[in-house]
Design a protein around this ligand. Structure first.
Ligand code: NCD
Length: 323
C-alpha cells in the first residue's frame, strides 16, 4: 500500500490484514500505552474542512506510535492569503514529513496530492468532499467485525484473525447524496462479504445508485423489515445543502417521521441489531436520544476503533506492510 485513498483499492486480503493489524495495535496500546513504531517520524495532518473525531484520532494514533505530529488547519493558515493546495503541500513536505493526512472539501483532493507529482509522501485520505472516507469505513468494519462474530474487544486481537463480515447485512440510512462515508462503506462491506442495503428519500439518493452493489429502498420501515444485522445512520449534511434542509425534504419533522431512528422504531428493533453512526450526530434528527444512548448503539466503540485503524494505516504506509 503506497497511499490510502479509497476503499475500492483494497483487496479482501489487504482489508482483513489491516483490520487484524488494527486489533493487534489496539491490544498492544491498551497494555503499553505507548508504542515506538513511528519513533523519529513526522506525520502532517492537513485539515481544510472541520473535524473532531477524524482529526483527533489521527493525531492520537500518530502520537501513540511515537511520531511527531504537525497539525495544519485551513482556518488561521495562509489559505486565507490565497495559497494553493500544491504550495501548501509542498511547503509541509519541505519540512520533511513521512506521511500526510488530508481532509478537503473537494472530491479528488487526496488523489491529487498522491498522484500529481508535487510531493513524494504517503497520503491518507481523511475525507474528500462527498467522495470517500476510507478510514471511516475501516473503523466501521472493525467495530462490526467484533459484533458480528460476537467477540469482545479484549479478545479480538487473537480471536478475529482472518475474519470477514460474511452473513452481515448493513442498512445505511439517510443523506446518501452528500455522504463520503456511504461510498467507502459500500465498497468495503462488499469486499468483506457483507450484504449492503441503502435507504433514503429520492431527493437524497445519489445519481447512479442503482449500479452500486446494494439493495436500494426509499421506505425506512420496509428496509428495516429486510432483517439488517446493523443499521448505520448517516448525518444530514446541512453544510452541503444550499440551505438547511433546503429542498431535500419538506421539513425536519417530515424527515424524522420517515427516516429517523425514533423511539418507536428503536423499540421495534431486534435487540441483536447494532446501531451505528459516524458522528457527529444531529440528535432528534437521525437518532432519538433513546436510540443513540443504549447498549445496542456502538457509536463510541466506533470512535475507539478509529484510533486503532489509523495507527494500523500509518504504520503500514510509513514502514511497509511486511515489517
Ligand atoms: C463523517 C465525515 O466527516 O464525513 N464524520 C466523521 O468523519 N466522523 C460523517 C459526517 O460528517 O457526517
Amino acid at each position: 500500500m503506497k497511499h490510502l485513498l479509497s476503499t475500492f483499492d483494497l483487496s479482501k486480503e489487504t482489508a482483513v490484514a489491516l483490520l487484524d493489524h488494527a486489533e493487534e495495535l489496539a491490544s498492544r496500546i491498551s497494555q503499553d500505552r505507548q508504542l515506538d513504531l513511528l519513533a523519529g517520524k513526522t506525520v502532517a495532518n492537513l485539515f481544510f474542512e472541520d473535524s473532531t473525531r477524524t482529526r483527533l484520532s489521527f493525531e492520537l494514533a500518530a502520537h501513540q506510535l511515537g511520531a511527531r505530529v504537525m497539525n495544519f488547519s485551513a482556518a488561521g493558515s495562509s489559505i486565507s492569503k490565497g495559497e494553493s493546495l500544491k504550495d501548501t503541500a509542498q511547503t509541509l513536505a519541505a519540512m520533511t514529513v513521512d506521511a500526510m493526512v488530508i481532509r478537503h472539501r473537494s472530491a479528488g483532493a487526496a488523489d491529487r496530492l498522491a498522484h500529481a507529482g508535487w510531493i513524494e509522501v504517503p497520503i491518507l485520505n481523511a475525507g474528500d468532499g462527498a467522495h470517500e472516507h476510507p478510514t471511516q469505513a475501516l473503523l466501521d468494519a472493525m467495530a462490526l467485525r467484533r459484533h458480528h462474530n460476537q467477540v469482545p474487544a479484549k479478545e479480538a486481537a487473537t480471536k478475529l484473525v482472518g475474519a470477514d463480515l460474511s452473513g452481515a447485512r448493513v442498512l445505511i440510512v439517510g443523506d446518501l447524496l452528500h455522504s463520503r462515508v456511504v461510498r467507502s462503506n459500500v465498497a468495503l462491506l462488499n469486499t468483506l462479504g457483507a450484504e449492503v442495503a441503502l435507504v433514503a428519500p429520492h431527493s437524497l439518493l445519489p445519481a447512479g445508485v442503482e449500479t452500486w452493489q446494494a439493495e436500494v429502498f426509499t421506505n425506512f420501515d420496509e428496509a428495516l423489515a429486510s432483517n439488517p444485522t446493523a443499521v448505520m445512520m448517516l448525518r444530514v449534511q446541512k453544510e452541503r445543502m444550499s440551505s438547511a434542509g433546503g429542498g431535500f425534504f419538506p421539513s425536519v419533522g417530515e424527515y424524522v417521521r420517515a427516516y429517523g431512528l425514533t423511539d418507536e422504531r428503536f423499540r421495534a428493533l431486534d435487540p441483536k441489531v447494532r446501531i451505528m453512526h459516524p458522528g457527529p450526530i444531529n440528535r432528534g434528527l437521525e437518532l432519538s436520544d433513546l436510540a443513540a444512548d443504549n447498549a445496542q448503539a456502538i457509536i463510541l466503540e466506533q470512535v475507539g476503533c478509529g484510533v486503532a485503524v489509523r495507527m494500523a494505516a500509518l504504520d503500514w504506509l510509513v514502514n511497509g506492510e511486511n515489517n
